[in-house]
Design a protein around this ligand. Structure first.
Ligand code: AMP
Length: 188
C-alpha cells in the first residue's frame, strides 16, 4: 500500500476519504510502458468495507436524487458505476471501447500519446433529460473523460456530475474538462 501522511492527502470529499483511497492504491512503476506509474485500485475494490465507504461517499457528494443514470468507462469504471447504480436504485450504462457495442452507437475519438482511442455509447442509451453521473477510476490527461462527457450529451443525456477515485494533478485533466466540475476523491 502507498504510505501517506495525513497533511499531504487531499481530495474533493475531504482528507478522511482521500486517506481511505490512498491507503488502497498500489503504485506500479513502468506499467503498461516505461515511465508510467500505474495507479492500481484493485486493492480498493477488493476491500468490502472501503469499497462501500467510497461508493456511499460518492453518492452523498452528489446527492441521491441528483442523477437518474450512472455511466462507467471501460473497464474499471464499470465496477464503480454498477455499485453506485445499485446503491442508488438507478440504471447503469457502459461507455465501451470501439467495436464492442452490438447496436448503433455514437463514437468519440481522442488523441493518446501515440495514436488514437475511440469510445462508444449506444445511441438509445438515454432518454432526453436523463441526468447522468459519469465515473471512472483515474483522471489523467482528461481525454477519456472529455470524450465520454461528449458522448453522453450527444446521446441526449445531461451530465449531472463526474467523479474519479484518483486524479493525477500534474496532467491537468481537470483544466481540460473545465468548466465542467470534477469530483476527485484523492488528488495526487
Ligand atoms: P486520460 O484519458 O489520460 O485521462 O486517461 C484516463 C484513463 O486511462 C482512465 O480510464 C484510467 O483508467 C486510465 N489511466 C490513465 N493513466 C493511468 C494511470 N497512471 N494509472 C491507472 N490508470 C490510468
Amino acid at each position: 500500500m502507498t504510505e501517506t501522511h495525513s497533511t499531504a492527502v487531499r481530495g474533493d470529499s475531504g482528507p478522511e476519504v482521500a486517506r481511505l483511497v490512498a491507503s488502497r492504491v498500489l503504485d506500479v512503476p513502468d506499467f503498461p510502458k516505461p515511465g508510467v506509474v500505474f495507479k492500481d485500485l484493485m486493492p480498493l475494490f477488493a476491500d468490502g468495507h472501503v469499497f462501500r465507504e467510497v461508493i456511499d461517499g460518492i453518492i452523498a457528494h452528489h446527492g441521491r436524487d441528483s442523477f437518474d443514470m450512472v455511466v462507467g468507462i471501460e473497464a474499471r469504471g464499470f465496477v464503480i458505476a454498477a455499485a453506485i447504480a445499485y446503491a442508488a436504485g438507478v440504471g447503469v450504462v457502459p461507455v465501451r471501447k470501439a467495436g464492442k457495442l452490438p447496436r448503433p452507437a455514437y463514437s468519440a475519438s481522442y488523441a493518446l500519446e501515440y495514436g488514437e482511442a475511440t469510445l462508444e455509447v449506444h445511441q438509445d442509451a438515454f432518454t432526453a433529460g436523463h441526468r447522468v453521473l459519469v465515473v471512472d477510476d483515474v483522471l489523467a490527461t482528461g481525454g477519456t473523460a472529455e470524450a465520454t462527457l461528449d458522448l453522453v450529451e450527444r446521446a441526449g443525456g445531461t451530465v449531472a456530475g463526474f467523479t474519479v477515485l484518483l486524479e493525477l494533478a500534474f496532467l491537468e485533466g481537470r483544466k481540460r474538462l473545465s468548466p465542467r466540475p470534477v469530483h476527485a476523491l484523492l488528488t495526487v
